[in-house]
Structure formats: C-alpha cells, structure tokens
Ligand binder design. Structure first.
Ligand SMILES: C[S@@+](CC[C@H](N)C(=O)[O-])C[C@H]1O[C@@H](n2cnc3c(N)ncnc32)[C@H](O)[C@@H]1O
Length: 461
C-alpha cells in the first residue's frame, strides 16, 4: 500500500482502513499504516486504534496512542488515562499524557494533576506541559507551584521560570552597553584585586587560559588545592561581572608534573574536570566542550618507551588536545533574549559568515611567542570571539599573557579588557597591541598599573 492509498482510505470508508489496522496483520503493515495516516478527518472513528493500544510491539502502541491523540475526543479519556498509568513503556505513557493534554478541555485537569506525582520525571514534565495551558486556573497554579521542591532539576527549572522568576524578560537597553572606562584597557596587576573593583555585569564574554598549576615557571602555588581555590575565586568574580546569559570559555587541559626521580611516577592533574563542578555550583551553566586539536608533531611524544617494550599498563598517549569548555551565566532567559537586546544593524554586522566549524573539534596549529611560553593561536581567539560575541561588545581575558585575545578582539571591532600580573608580559602586551588608535579613535588602548586603574574606577563611581 502507498501513502496516497492510505490518504484515500482515511478520507473515505473507515471500514476499509480497518482491514489494514487489524491487530492480526504483520507489524510492517500496521506500522506503515499508522505512521502514514497524517492529519485525520473530522468525525474519524478511532475504534480501530483501541485494540492496537495493547499490541505487544511498543512502536505500534505508540503510534496507536498518537493517532487517538489527533482526534482530541473526550470519549477516549479513560482509555488514555489507563495507558498513561499502566503501559510498560515510558514513551507510550508519555504519548498518552500528550494526547490527553491536546484536548485542552477542563476535564483533563484532574487526570494531569494526578500524573504530577508520577515517579518518572518525563511523565511529570509532559503533564506540566498539558497543565500550563490552564495557567488561569487556581488549582492548576497551586499544584504546579508545589513542584518547586521536586528532586528533578529540569522540573524545578520549568516551575521556577514559570512562577518564581522575577526578572523582566523584555528589552533591557543596558545589555549591549559596557562601561567606557573598561574599554581597551590593560591592567598590570593581580586579577583578583582588579576584579574586586569592577562593577557587576560589565562584560559580555570571557575567554581565558589560566596558569597551568606549577607546570610553567610563572605559576607557583603551594598545592593543587590552593591553585583550584585561586581559580574558583577568579571565576566567581568573572561570573559577577558577566552580563546575564553571556558566555565564559575556559581553555585548559590536564597537565603533567614530571617525576622527581626514576623511583617516582609523574603526576597528571585533570584541571578541566576539577574546575567544572565549582563552575556549576557558582552559577555557570555548562553548554559545550570544544576540543582544540593540535598536529601530532607539535606535542611532546609520550610513547617512546612503550613503543619499544609494548607492555600493558604503561601505555601513555601523546596529548594533542586541549579543551575549550563553554559555559553560560545561568538564566531562565533564552539565547534569543540575548540576541534581541541588539539593534538590527549590530546583529547583521556580527553575523558569522563563510566557513563555520560544524563539529566540536577544531584543528588549529599552536603558536610560539618570543617572550611568552604559552600563547593562544590568533585563529583560536578569532573563532571564539566571532561565535560568542557581537560587534562593540566588551570581552575579557583575566590572564592576558601576551595579549593575543585582546588583539583578536580589536581586529573584530570588539572592545577588550584584560589583566596580567607579570611586568614582563604586561610589556609584551604593550608591544603586541600597542596604541592601536586606528581601530577606534575614541577608545585608544590604555595601560594602567593597579593604582592608576583604582583611581579611574573611583572617578567613575
Ligand atoms: C597561560 S598564560 C595566558 C596566555 C595568553 N592566553 C596568551 O595568549 O598570551 C597565563 C597568564 O596568566 C598570568 N597570571 C597568573 N596569575 C595571575 C594573576 N593572579 N593575575 C593576573 N594574571 C595572572 C601569567 O603571568 C600568564 O601570563
């Protein structure tokens, strides 16, 4: 049978269709017929679907229930409720709830309210969906509000957004603005000290590569715990100064601290995985993991001894990747809300044209700098800025290094703000990005000591 024949049958003699929907038919015929029925004509008799709701094959039951749902007919309410409680399959039960919800009739309210107590969160969510249609009904609102204490985080989030979110979701003129005195500014100082005096919600995007624990000479911490504690403090401040719903992209990778002698083993520290839990706890929402892949020749070979002896357990792959962990400042607002804060022209001019990265591995060669030991490749910064910010946004790197991110930002008509503790690297940034008045004469690059920056903040308070 073809789809066209099914269409003809459903619009004509229902009885004829019954032949194809007879439960004794083979699964293929049943599936094809149920699947191709499409929109059903008014007054279509759903009696042939009923026996199929007990079919041993889950996908047949699912389609039968789905087709009953299309009829939006109250006479199937008891049947659907029974399925929503007792079918073995979550998918079928959910479809039954969805079909009940589609009726949009007050009689479904008590049935859906009962399902809010279901032990399966997917069923509860489907019942919530059906009930949200009756948002004027006091009983519905009272029952839904109770779910704010539900153990499932998705359910809690939905209820919070619907009933407890105080924030205004309309246009907020301040969202695309940022303080002028932070634009194109480099501060030579400890990021923690500097950020303490930066106002809330000042910046649009942060991209950074923090110090590598004690793997390089510029990063000396007493212990790994002290190092993590330091990063936690910095990223908490970054969260505070980030605008609602905007992004934080963290470039890290596990690092290795070499062994003390042949009698000891080297130690590997899974930095991104250790940082992740506290980022979530402080209010960053995990969005994506992008893997930066470098060519094999650029990484330190870790296989040499294994290649010779080939004994299990001693295998150590050469690490050619680093993570770009993508987070968003937690909010109930959708990305669309963020985009709507910008005018038409800015959105048009910020569009990411040409080739785009469609998968989460980015192949980019590393870069070497004459002064700094670990710099971002320009290409990496350009991609992050294009994908995660708009023209004229203020973007931030707390660990400025040689200033690659700031330079990239300026080349894409974004403003930058960065901090760097080392005098040597502060000088390198000056050399790297210079005055650059060319890009924006109103905001030439400024280089401040912490004391100078402090005064600027005081003046602008
Ligand atoms: C991995 S490097 C960043 C390199 C940079 N992404 C680039 O492209 O050049 C980390 C930088 O953080 C700086 N740093 C370390 N602790 C700091 C602190 N407390 N405040 C500000 N900068 C710090 C280091 O001096 C180092 O230059």
């Amino acid at each position: 049978m073809t789809k066209a024949e099914i269409t003809e049958l459903k619009n004509g003699n229902n009885g004829e269709l019954g032949k194809y929907l007879n439960p004794v038919n083979d699964t293929k015929t049943l599936y094809f017929t149920l699947d191709k029925l499409g929109r059903l004509p008014e007054n279509f008799d759903g009696k042939y679907f009923i026996p199929l709701c007990k079919h041993p094959i889950e996908k047949i039951r699912l389609l039968a229930v789905k087709n009953i749902g299309k009829l939006c007919d109250e006479k199937y309410l008891t049947q659907l409720e029974e399925i929503s409680i007792s079918d073995d399959s979550t998918m079928v039960r959910r479809e039954a709830i969805s079909s009940i919800g589609r009726m949009r009739n007050k009689n479904v309210i008590p049935i859906l309210i009962k399902r809010l107590k279901d032990s399966d969160p997917k069923i509860v969510l489907q019942a919530i969906r059906g009930l949200l249609v009756f948002n004027e009904n006091n009983l519905v609102v009272t029952e839904l509000k109770k779910l704010i204490n539900h153990p499932n985080e998705v359910i809690k989030n939905v209820i919070e957004k619907e009933y407890f979110d105080q924030s205004n979701s309309e246009y907020n003129g301040d969202h695309c603005k940022s303080p002028d005195y932070l634009k194109n500014v480099v501060v030579n100082g400890d990021v923690l000290e500097v950020l303490k005096i930066v106002p809330n919600e000042s910046i649009h995007l942060t991209f950074t590569s923090p110090p590598y624990y004690n793997a390089r000479d510029y990063s000396i911490y007493q212990s790994y715990d002290e190092y993590l504690e330091f990063l936690r403090d910095v990223f908490k401040e970054v969260h505070r100064i980030t605008k609602e719903g905007r992004f934080f992209i963290l470039n890290t990778s596990p690092i290795i601290i070499p062994r003390v002698s042949r009698q000891h083993s080297s130690k590997r520290y899974p930095i991104p995985f250790d940082i992740h839990p506290f980022l979530i706890e402080m209010g960053w929402e995990f969005i994506d993991d992008i893997v930066w892949v470098k060519p094999e020749f650029s990484a330190k070979d870790r296989n040499s001894s294994f290649r010779q002896h080939r004994k299990p357990l001693a295998y150590k792959p050469t690490a050619v990747t680093e993570y770009l962990m993508v987070y968003r400042k937690k909010t109930h607002k959708l990305i669309d809300w963020n985009i709507r804060q910008y005018d038409y022209k800015t959105v048009q001019e910020s569009k990411v044209l040409g080739e785009i990265d469609q998968i989460n591995t980015w192949n980019i060669d590393p870069t070497f700098d004459k002064t700094h030991t670990a710099v971002f490749p320009m290409e990496l910064c350009l991609r992050v800025i294009k994908y995660y910010s708009f023209k004229n946004d203020l973007v931030f790197d707390p660990f400025g290094g040689s200033g690659t991110f700031s330079k990239a930002a300026q080349s894409l008509d974004r403003f930058f703000f960065t901090t760097e503790i080392s005098d040597k690297y502060f000088e390198r940034i000056k050399e790297n990005i210079g005055q650059n008045a060319f890009f924006n004469a109103d905001f030439p690059n400024k280089y401040y000591s912490f004391q100078e920056f402090y005064k600027i903040i005081e003046v602008n308070k």
